[in-house]
Each structure stands twice: as C-alpha cells, then as structure tokens.
Design a protein around this ligand. Structure first.
Ligand code: NAD
Length: 476
C-alpha cells in the first residue's frame, strides 16, 4: 500500500492539476502502479509563481528566529514520520529501506541545520574613508526560487533546496522528479503542518521541459537551482540567462577512485563495494572509474569479485537487501550497451553484466576488468551498478587519466602515505575529495562540483550563501 496521495501544493492548497492530466507512478521493484502524479497546467504554474511572490514577502518579513521555530517543527515532524516516509521512498525509488531511512534522517538534520544557520546570515561594518560616515553590508534573501531535483535521492535532493532557500528567507517552487514525487509531498506536508505560511513552499509536477521553461521565463523567480544531468543544466542555464537569474548547478559526475599500492586492501574493498552499489550505483558521487596500482591489481579484482557475488539484490523493502532495482527500464538498456561496448573494447566481465529476470528493473552488480580508457563507460556517466577497473603505474599517469574528463564532482583516494594523499588531493580536478573513505555528503559540509559537474554548493554555509545577495548601505 502506497500511503501518499500525490498532489500539487500551490499557495498552501493541495490540488490536482486544473485539467486533470496525470501520469502513473511505478514501483521499479515490482512494476506495479503506486499512484498517479498530477500535472500542473501553465495556469497552475502561474498561480504557483504568484504564490511564491506573496509567500516571499511574508517569509522575508519574519525574523530568522521566527523562521527557525517553524523549520525546527518541520524537522521534528519529518523525524516523527521517518519510517513512513522512508517506506514511500523505497516504494517509488527502489533503494534499500535502510538507505531510505538514513536519507529521511538527513532531511530532518539539514532542516535543523539551516534553521540555525539562517540566524547567522551576518553582514559587516566597513570602516569609512570619511569622518561621520557609516558603511554597512547586509545579506538579504535573493527572492523566490525555482528548483528542480533528480529522482536518485528523493529526500536529500529536495531538502537541500527547500531548507537552504527557507533558511535564507526565500520562497520556493520545487519540481521534484515525477519518478519519486511521494517523498517530496510527504516532506512538504511536514512543513505545512509546522505552520509554514502559504506560498512559501510550492510543489509542482508535469512535463519537465514545459514546467522548467515556463517557470524560468517568469520575472518572479530570482534564482534557479538544479540537481540533475549536465545536459539539462546547460539548457536551464541558457534559459536563465534571458532574465539574468543566478543559478546553482548540481550536475553529473564520473568519480575516479585511485587505489595506491600501500592502501589497506580489505578495508578499501569493503568501502568501495558498499559505496559503488548503494542505490544501484545511481548516485552522482558514485565511485565510477577504478584506477588500481599494478602491484595490487589482481588482489583487488579477486577481493572485489568475492564481495560483489555476496551482495543481496532485490526489493528494497525486504530484510537484508543491499541493492535494489534501477529506476526505469531505459536504464537497463544503457547498462547493456555500456557492457557490450566495454567488451568490444577489450574489457572482460568478471561478474554480472546481465539483467536479472522476473519483475522489476534489476541489473546484476557488475565488475569489469582491464577496461581501456577508450570504452564509453570510462567517460560517460553510467549511473548504474557497473564497476570498471583498470591498472596504473605512476602518479603522473593516474592524475592525468583521472583529470581527463570534463566532469569534476567527487574523487576518491586510498593510501596511507600522507604526502602522496595530499599531493593527490591537490592535483585532482574535483569539488570533493574523499581520502580513505567516501562519505562526502553531510548537511554541514559543502557539496558541489566543478567544470561540467556544475558550480555552486549546497549544504554547509556555502549552501545558505547561495540564496543570499549583498546590499551595501552607506550613511552620513
Ligand atoms: P535530469 O537532468 O534528467 O532531471 C533532473 C531534474 O530536472 C528533474 O526534476 C527533471 O524533471 C528536471 N528538468 C527540468 N527541466 C528539464 C528538461 N528540460 N528536460 C529534462 N528534465 C528537466 O536528471 P536525471 O537523469 O533525472 O538524474 C540523474 C542525473 O542527476 C545524473 O547526471 C546525476 O549525476 C545527477 N545528479 C547530480 C547530483 C549533484 O548533486 N551533483 C545529485 C544527484 C543527481
């Protein structure tokens, strides 16, 4: 049973689209229809835009202390409903229930963190050149925000936008992914129940290209925030240019993992296998290209394969499941194509490389060895449960290969040699580097990429700054 009714939230009202158009919501583990997702019409979107303008006035006029009271209440509601929201998340996204529960906790934690950080949107006093003059810089919320989020983290992708915007004093129109609407709706209900004024948070669904181009063309929003693919990021940035809206772009990645010969092999393998296959590899920071030093290459492959073969794949609601399905059948086609291409380029399949039969969009956790840099999977984001491994011999060689793609989101390094770790951290083109571990996302640390992985950060003080603008005042 799917407990969430999917509705639009416009000006504090929960509604269906005004022309009644919907699309089905599918459980990727069972292929069952869970619910229907309403589409907003252009008139509905206009109402959401007006509501965000009205909501912004009300929310901005409140003090950061008053806003924090409501946000903290919302966080309490999210935490109280954690198990129910996590179940919705797993039903619509497929990930293991333990991962879903952790993600919902992240939503509560991030909301609390931004409730407090909003109180620290400090300005400064700047000494003047002339006697009797006072010079001050204030931080103000940038205005209403339009935001778009990918389906792979149905709770954390949306909460980073909601809590960052609300913490700074902005209103927001959020379009979560149509593949995972229930989690966003459940979280939004927690904010409404906490007493959020009408129009501050609006949720819409629909045809993504139509919704985003209509919202971005309006003069009401002053900021665009996207978590999604690089291709869509480039498109939305072009659209935002017409009204000179500022953007935060959290886009695709292709994280290199460098394993030096002195790494603790057993611990490294435990870590990389767990992170590679969580959410079936559908993670923007997922370890994607494995560069393993030639001295430990064979041992790495053997240890990796042994761990992969033990992974329990299935419906994320069942006990002990470590990897769920992919989000949609189109993604299985992509996995097949990447594996065939790698084989044609000389790679070998150690384990996996096939779809798993029966209902649901399941692909076997896959290990590919001796994958040449010319294989598509070494440069295209696979966003799936495939680990391509290759060997390297020198520092200069591995850095050049690791930095050879336009992406620059996460990178990972495994070594106990401190100076080598530091040299590698500094040399990598990436927004985030994990050394001997892979946890690069917390509410209080900046999350974001460089180059074609986007720009701007979410989380941390940078995530609040993204929703603030600067005003200089001078008084004589
Ligand atoms: P996507 O770009 O297709 O969609 C992302 C969001 O944008 C969705 O809500 C979608 O509906 C919306 N959208 C708005 N305008 C659109 C348009 N014109 N066409 C299509 N969609 C439009 O991304 P996806 O495939 O759903 O998600 C996977 C991608 O997201 C991967 O590349 C992944 O790396 C990236 N991602 C990045 C981060 C990050 O923080 N850097 C986090 C999660 C996912």
């Amino acid at each position: 049973m799917f407990s969430e009714k999917i509705e639009l939230l416009i000006d504090g009202q929960w509604l269906q689209g005004s022309d009644g158009k919907t699309e089905p919501l599918i459980n990727p583990a069972t292929e069952e229809v869970l619910a229907t997702v309403p589409h907003a019409t252009l008139a509905d979107l206009d109402r959401a835009l007006d509501a965000s303008a009205k909501g912004f006035k009300v929310w901005k006029a409140m003090t950061a202390m008053q806003r924090a009271v409501i946000m903290n209440k919302a966080a309490d509601h999210i935490e109280q409903c954690k198990d129910a929201i996590a179940r919705i998340l797993t039903l619509e996204n497929g990930k293991a229930i333990g991962e879903a529960t952790g993600e919902v906790q992240f939503a509560a934690d991030a909301t609390r963190w931004y409730a407090e950080e909003g109180k620290r949107a400090y300005g400064r006093i700047i000494p003047a050149r002339l006697p009797g003059v006072r010079q001050m810089m204030f931080k103000e919320p940038v205005g209403p925000v339009v935001a778009f989020a990918a389906w792979n983290f149905p709770a954390s992708n949306v909460i980073r936008k909601i809590s960052g915007a609300l913490g700074a004093g902005c209103s927001i129109i959020l379009k979560p992914a149509e593949e995972t609407p229930g989690t966003a709706v459940a979280i939004a209900r927690c904010f409404q129940d906490a007493g959020l004024p009408d129009g501050v948070l609006n949720i819409v669904f629909g045809d993504p290209a139509r919704v985003s181009s209509h919202l971005i063309a309006s003069k009401i929003p002053k900021k665009v925030s996207l978590t999604g693919s690089t291709a869509v990021g480039k498109l939305l940035q072009k659209q935002a240019a017409d009204t000179l809206k500022r953007c935060t772009m959290e886009l695709g990645g292709h994280a290199p993992v460098i394993v030096y010969e002195d790494a603790d092999l057993e611990k490294t393998l435990d870590t990389v296998v767990m992170f590679k296959f969580r959410n079936a590899g559908q993670v923007c920071t997922s370890p994607t290209r494995f560069y393993v030093h030639e001295a430990i290459y064979e041992a790495f492959i053997a240890g990796f394969a042994a761990r992969v073969e033990k992974l329990k794949v299935g419906n994320g609601l069942e006990d002990g499941i470590q990897m769920g399905p992919m989000i949609a059948p189109r993604r299985l086609d992509v996995m097949d194509a990447l594996v065939s291409d790698a084989k044609a380029n000389g790679a070998a399949v150690v384990t996996g490389g096939v779809r798993l039969g029966g209902k649901g969009y399941f692909y076997a956790p896959t290990l590919l060895r001796d994958v040449p840099d010319t294989a598509r999977i070494m440069s295209e984001e696979p966003f799936g449960p495939i680990a391509p491994v290759t060997r390297f011999s020198t520092f200069d060689e591995v850095i050049e290969r690791a930095n050879s793609l336009p992406y620059g989101l996460a990178s990972f390094v495994f070594t106990f040699n401190l100076s080598l770790a530091q040299k590698t951290e500094m040399a990598l083109e990436a927004g985030m580097v994990g050394v001997n571990h892979m946890m690069v996302s917390t509410p209080e640390t900046p999350f974001g990429g460089v180059n074609e992985s986007g720009y701007g950060s979410e989380s941390g003080i940078e995530g609040l700054e993204a929703y603030l603008r600067t005003k200089f005042v001078t008084e004589a």
